[in-house]
Write a protein that binds this ligand. Structure first.
Ligand code: UDX
Length: 440
C-alpha cells in the first residue's frame, strides 16, 4: 500500500519504518530539512533498539523515502498518517495546532480519496475537528479521518509495533475500515485482535490506558512508602499481589516516579478533558500529586542520611534516562534530582549509557560526566541509582568498593538484593524495603 507519514518524530519514524518493513512504500515528510537530509542517509535521530537496522534496509530497498515536500508525498499516497507533536499547553490541554495546520494544508492538496489517520495522541473529538477542517475545502467522499492510537514503549517500540497486543482503530466509515484492516493484517497474524470502534472511544482508549498504568505505578509507589514505615518489603508484596491474574505481574515496580514523553502528558491531558466536561476526576489529580512527591523521595533519603548538610558532598549518579534502553530524558526523575543536589551545594558526576549528551545540553559544566560507570565513582561519598540499565544490575562490586569514598548506595530502582548489599557491607537505602546496614 502507499503511505505518507507526516512528522518524523519518534512515533512517525517507528510507524513509517515498520510499515515499510511489511512491504508498503512509505513517504515520510518533515519540515526539518536537516533531519530529512540525515534520514535520507540512514542516520536515525533517536536511539531506539533495532530501528536503525530496519531503517537502513528499507532505504536500500526504496520502500521508505524522506522529503520536505508535503504535496509530493501526499500525491503518491493513499493513506496519510499524522504523527505530529501535541505538546501540553499551560493548562494541560493538548495543543492541536500542528495537526490542524497540516489538515488545512491537506485540504488544499487532496484531489482523490485518502484515508487520514491520527497517530498522535489526541484528545477526544480531534478526528471530528480534523474532518471539519478538511471538509471546509473538500467534498466528503474525498476523505475519511481515522483514529489509530499507538501503544509503543520506548526501547521496545519496534517490537511493540510489529507484534502489537492489539490494534485500535476508530472509524465510522466502512471504506476506511477496509483499508485499515488490510494495512494491519501483517501485524496481527499471531492472532492478536484489531478492535474497530468509533473515533471518540478510540481516542479515549489511548489516554485511559496510559493513565491507568500511571495510576498503577503511583499506587505501588505509595505502597512502597507505606512498606518502609511498616517494615514490610515491597518486592515481596509486589510478587504476592502480581500472581493474582486479576492484577497481573507487570507495571507494579515502585521507583522514583514515572517520566517520559507520555505518562505525565497524558494524565494531565485526560485530567484536562475531565475538567472541560465539568467532571472532577479525583483519582487522576491524586496520581499526579503522588508522582510529583515520589520524584522527591530519593533526595529526601539522602538529606536525612547527611542530616541536611550536603554542602561539599560528592555524588555519583548511575542512570539519567527516564527508563533503560532510551536516551530520552523528558520528565526524567534524574533532572530534578540533579537540581536538588546542586541547590544543596553538593557535586554530582553522572553516567548513563545513552542519555549523557541530552543531559549535557541542559546542565553543561555544572555537573561532571563520567567516561564509564566506575570512574564516576572516584572519591564519591555515595552512589545514586536512578535508571535500572541492565549493566548496573551486576557490576564489579570490588571496583565499586575501591572507588567510592564510603560504601553508601541510594537506589531509586531496587536493582540489588538486600542480602547482597548486606553481605558486601554497603549502607543501602532503596524504595519500599528496609535500610541495609543502617537505621530505618
Ligand atoms: C508508555 C506506554 O507504556 C506506551 O504504551 C505508550 O504508547 C507510551 O507511554 P514509555 O513512556 O515508553 O511508554 O515507557 P514505559 O515503559 O511505559 O514507562 C513509563 C514510566 O513508568 C517510566 O518512567 C518507568 O520508569 C515507569 N515505570 C514503569 C515504573 O515506575 N514502574 C513500572 O512498573 C513500570
Amino acid at each position: 500500500m502507499k503511505i505518507a507519514v507526516v512528522g518524523t518524530g519518534y512515533v512517525g519514524l517507528v510507524t513509517g519504518t515498520c510499515f515499510a518493513e511489511t512491504g508498503n512504500v512509505v513517504n515520510c515528510v518533515d519540515v526539518n530539512k536537516a533531519k530529512i537530509d540525515q534520514l535520507k542517509k540512514g542516520k536515525c535521530p533517536i536511539y531506539e533498539p533495532g530501528l536503525d537496522v530496519l531503517l537502513q534496509r528499507n532505504i536500500k530497498e526504496k520502500r521508505i523515502l524522506f522529503t520536505t515536500d508535503l504535496k509530493a508525498a501526499i500525491d503518491k499516497s493513499d493513506i496519510i498518517f499524522l504523527a505530529l507533536p501535541t505538546p501540553p499547553g499551560e493548562d494541560g490541554s493538548a495543543d492541536l495546532k500542528y495537526i490542524l495546520n497540516v489538515a488545512e494544508d491537506l485540504s488544499e492538496i487532496i484531489k482523490e480519496y485518502k484515508v487520514i489517520v491520527n497517530k498522535s495522541t489526541v484528545p477526544v473529538g480531534t478526528a471530528e475537528k480534523v474532518a471539519e477542517v478538511l471538509g471546509r475545502k473538500l467534498a466528503p467522499e474525498l476523505f475519511d479521518v481515522v483514529s489509530n492510537p499507538e501503544f509503543l514503549r520506548e526501547g521496545i517500540a519496534v517490537d511493540d509495533f510489529l507484534k502489537p497486543d492489539r490494534v485500535v482503530i476508530g472509524t465510522s466509515s466502512d471504506r476506511a475500515r477496509d483499508v485499515m484492516n488490510e494495512l494491519y493484517q501483517p501485524f496481527v497474524r499471531q492472532g492478536n485482535p484489531i478492535y474497530f470502534m468509533d473515533e471518540r472511544s478510540s481516542e479515549m482508549t489511548k489516554y485511559v490506558a496510559n493513565s491507568y498504568l500511571a495510576m498503577r505505578i503511583s499506587y505501588m509507589n505509595e505502597v512502597a512508602n507505606l512498606c518502609e514505615l511498616t517494615g514490610a518489603n515491597v518486592d515481596l508484596v509486589r510478587i504476592g499481589i502480581g500472581s493474582d491474574s486479576r492484577i497481573g505481574k507487570r507495571f507494579l515496580f515502585p521507583g522514583i516516579g514515572y517520566g517520559g514523553s507520555c505518562f505525565p502528558k497524558d494524565v494531565l491531558a485526560l485530567h484536562h478533558t475531565s475538567k472541560q466536561n465539568k467532571y472532577d476526576f479525583k483519582l487522576l489529580d491524586t496520581v499526579m500529586k503522588v508522582n510529583k512527591n515520589q520524584k522527591k523521595v530519593l533526595f529526601g533519603k539522602i538529606k536525612r542520611f547527611y542530616k541536611n548538610s550536603l554542602k561539599g558532598k560528592k555524588f555519583a549518579m548511575w542512570g539519567l534516562a527516564f527508563k533503560p534502553e532510551t536516551d530520552d530524558i523528558r520528565d526524567a526523575p534524574a533532572l530534578e534530582l540533579i537540581n536538588e543536589i546542586l541547590n544543596a551545594g553538593a557535586e554530582v558526576t553522572v553516567f548513563d549509557p545513552e542519555a549523557m549528551a541530552n543531559v549535557k545540553a541542559i546542565f553543561g559544566n555544572k555537573i561532571k560526566y563520567a567516561r564509564d560507570q566506575y570512574t564516576g565513582l572516584k572519591e564519591a561519598d555515595a552512589l545514586l541509582i536512578v535508571t535500572e540499565w541492565s549493566e548496573f544490575r551486576n557490576p564489579d562490586f570490588e571496583r565499586m568498593v575501591k572507588n567510592l569514598k564510603s560504601k553508601v548506595v541510594f537506589d531509586g530502582r531496587n536493582v540489588y538484593s538486600l542480602e547482597k548489599m548486606e553481605e558486601l557491607g554497603f549502607y543501602y537505602n532503596s524504595i519500599g524495603r528496609k535500610i541495609v546496614n543502617g537505621k530505618n
